[in-house]
Design a protein around this ligand. Sequence first.
Ligand code: RM4
Ligand code: MN
Length: 388
Amino acid sequence: MRDLTAVKDALKNHRIELPSWAFGNSGTRFKVFSQPGVPRDPWEKAADAAQVHKYTGVAPSMAVHIPWDKVDDYAALAAHAKASGIRIGTVNANVFQDDDYRLGSVCNPDAKVRRKALAHLLECVDIMDAAGSRDLKLWFADGTNYPGQDDISARQDRLAEALAAVYQRLGPDQRLVLEYKLFEPSFYTTDVPDWGTSLLHCQALGPRALVVVDTGHHAPGVNIEFIVAMLLRAGRLGGFDFNSRFYADDDLMVGAADPFQLFRIMHEVVKAGALDPASGVAFMLDQCHNIEPKIPGQIRSVMNVQEAVAKALLVDSDALRAAQVEGDVLGANAVLMDAYNTDVRPLLAGLREEMGLAPDPYAAYLATGYGDKIISERKEGSPAGWGA
Ligand code: RM4
Ligand code: MN
């Protein structure tokens, strides 16, 4: 067993970023369900995110999505977030919801559309400057649906050109983090489908270009912890977008579908010393709560991540190494499984009490009545959602 004080200190220092869009309405392409009390604007999203931080103590930032979170004054939004107890985190660009992007954004065959997409990405860096954000997160829906539709490698050239222009515009403390996803909305080729493509572009750009692993963006059965280990070795893991998938990019609560996978990923992170915020690895949630309530859904997600982290920290690394060196296959596996099968909930409850928090953040939040308060306060206007 590892030193419990060190385990607790690591857990106290670990940070998880919340996505603004998890607080708004969402759904599938079939139906977006409206829930009462959801935020009507980014200001209210920040207020709700602050609730999650208030009860968990480890989620002090909220990622924004532009234009879903467009406001006139980003410095004012950052000040509002600060007054609520959190800060504005990663800026997510959106070059996938405009009719102009039918054939792609920065990879579009039409230079005019490429210029428009690039202008948006640069605008996002301006927003980072105003809000004090470190990371620009790029996910491109670009790709093709049919063989022959466009030139695969010419599209990569266009992508590289746009990325270079964005990278040049970054301030010295800012980073570009490039996400990959195997398919959807394009069905034949995707321009950044995998970690290899993302890594090649990042390496061509420079040290402040890093890969983001969205846990929902892989084919079934892919060994994500292997990818994580490779990116950590290369010093190119920018962060995670955590969520669960059962079938495709389901964006369900992290740790819901496969808590064991989350543990295996965290084991790689812990081994590499990448849990600490100073490592530069960002632990973000990228989820939607289509049918479940949003704030409790985010609290549950943060707790799920903490449980996986706690178990990973409990791995007896000396015993593991000894078993590995001896070639003790079953012994090594048993060391890992012992940590995974530990009930860490009492440890986390105790840790929260040490932090001056309620032992069960989920129950503590429900007891406040905040959920009822926002339902009665937010009757007018239209709720925020995808595309808002
Ligand atoms: C994309 C991608 C991005 C996220 C959007 C909402 O699939 O995962 O990270 O910002 O969805
Ligand atoms: Mn994502």
